[in-house]
Design a protein around this ligand. Structure first.
Ligand code: PLP
Length: 433
């Protein structure tokens, strides 16, 4: 059998270029990380060849002796990594990623058109929590369920729990979702539980962004208060791309959670599990129980605080004034800028982060902020000192963006991007240098 370079040099070369990009840039996207060699070995293994519809011991195909062993080990490690008692909690490790895991929970616990409430996307929530615009139901969640998002208090940048409580009393959702993609603070689980109980709703936590921090007990424990917890496995948890759903074993609101969730995953929404991912996840979850992993997660938070402090010293406004977790959201509007232009200029300097809406934004296409995350560069060995330097580099990039914006004719984002990309534009060289 030929190796990749021989069999397909074109794909080999693209992978090499991507590897080069990853290792020669400052990777600051809050949802990304560098997984380990051991995880990648498992993901790139023969486990990808096997069909295993069903659960360990109850498969629809033969030859699953070792796959059963693997999936059972992965489940046990998942429960152990999050300090859960296997008599009270179960887990499904088959979800293909975070969005399918969430939709599987919705279809397990709800009927079509039941009501849900999640944090609004422009205020830090995720698409799969029910995002819709006044004109369009954008995500499958808002198409198949009735969504009424809750929001932040724009004066503090914190979740407006009082308003959520009032809206929930009127809207009477059957499911309330905690969790976010761009929220720099921890969550008030006791308050969310109280609100859910007051209207008879399930409480779900989507801990995708912070699952590594939760496993290391750096942040509050959602399992104490929620009925069901979903996560991706490739963000702060530092595993392969995938998803998991944790569920209470006792019935909740009359629903047998275990069979409802397991049936929603298969045969409800998925077919054969991705066993290579489950292999990689098992490796990740073993590591997640180690002292080094805990130290890494503490370093992520400490690095993020150093970044937040330095950006504040440099005069930037941070949404909510700082960070409890692995990310900061910088509001660039007072600096006379937007996230799209800054993202573009920093990209030219191999600093990778993303534009992000901030509370009060008028346009989602040209949002007023950037989101900066610490997990990936902490994996690469960065400490507080390097994150202060990173803040200085971002500041330089923002200053250059201001300069570039002034020198480009026209105020449209498209004009700006075109000008920056053109070879004649002198800034391109100065940024790259
Ligand atoms: N949930 C949250 C909170 C997320 O931030 C994300 C992705 O960024 C997801 C779910 C979706 O995960 P995936 O991209 O794996 O579908």
């Amino acid at each position: 059998d030929r190796n990749l370079s021989e069999a397909d040099p074109e794909v080999r070369s693209i992978i090499d270029s991507e590897k080069n990009r990853q290792f020669n840039s400052l990777e600051l996207i809050a949802s990304e990380n560098f997984t380990s060699r051991a995880v990648m070995e498992a993901v790139g293994s023969c486990l990808t060849n096997k069909y295993s519809e069903g659960l360990p011991g109850k498969r629809y195909y033969g030859g699953n002796e070792y796959i059963d062993e693997l999936e059972t080990l992965c489940q046990q490690r998942a429960l152990a990594a999050f300090h859960l008692d296997g008599k009270k909690w179960g887990v499904n490790v088959q979800p293909l990623s975070g969005s399918p895991a969430n939709f599987e929970v919705y279809t397990a616990l709800l009927n079509p058109h039941d009501r849900i409430m999640g944090l609004d996307l422009p205020h830090g929530g995720h698409l799969s929590h029910g995002f819709m615009t006044p004109k369009r139901r954008v995500s499958g969640t808002s198409i198949y369920f009735e969504s009424m998002p809750y929001r932040l208090d724009e004066s503090t940048g914190l979740i407006d729990y009082d308003m959520l409580e009032k809206t929930a009393t009127l809207f009477r959702p059957k499911l309330i979702i905690v969790g976010a993609s761009a929220y720099p603070r921890d969550f008030d689980y006791p308050r969310m539980r109280k609100i859910a109980d007051s209207v008879g709703a399930f409480l779900m936590m989507d801990m995708a962004h912070i699952s590594g921090l939760v496993a290391a007990s750096v942040l509050a424990d959602p399992f104490e208060y929620c009925d069901v917890v979903t996560t991706t496995t490739h963000k702060s948890l530092r595993g392969p791309r995938g998803g998991m759903i944790f569920f209470k074993k006792d019935p909740v609101l009359g629903v047998d959670m275990e069979s409802a969730i397991n049936n929603a995953v298969f045969p409800g929404l998925q077919g054969g599990p991705h066993n290579h991912t489950i292999g990689g996840l098992a490796v990740c979850l073993k590591h997640a129980q180690s002292p080094e992993f805990k130290a890494y997660q503490f370093q992520v938070v400490s690095n993020c605080r150093a970044l937040a402090r330095r950006l504040t010293e440099l005069g930037y406004e941070l949404v909510s004034g700082g960070s409890d977790n692995h990310l900061v959201l910088v509001d660039l509007r007072k600096a006379g800028l937007d996230g799209a232009r800054v993202e573009k200029i920093l990209d030219l300097a191999s600093i990778t982060l993303n534009k992000n809406s901030v509370p009060g934004d008028k346009s989602a296409l040209v949002p007023g902020g950037i989101r900066i995350g610490a997990p990936a560069m902490t994996t690469r060995g960065f400490t507080e000192k390097e994150f202060v330097e990173t803040a200085n580099l971002i500041h330089e990039g923002i200053q250059l963006t201001l300069k570039a914006k002034k020198s480009v004719q026209g105020s449209k984002l498209q004009d700006f991007l075109k000008a920056v990309e053109s070879a004649e534009f002198p800034l391109k060289d100065s940024v790259a240098a």
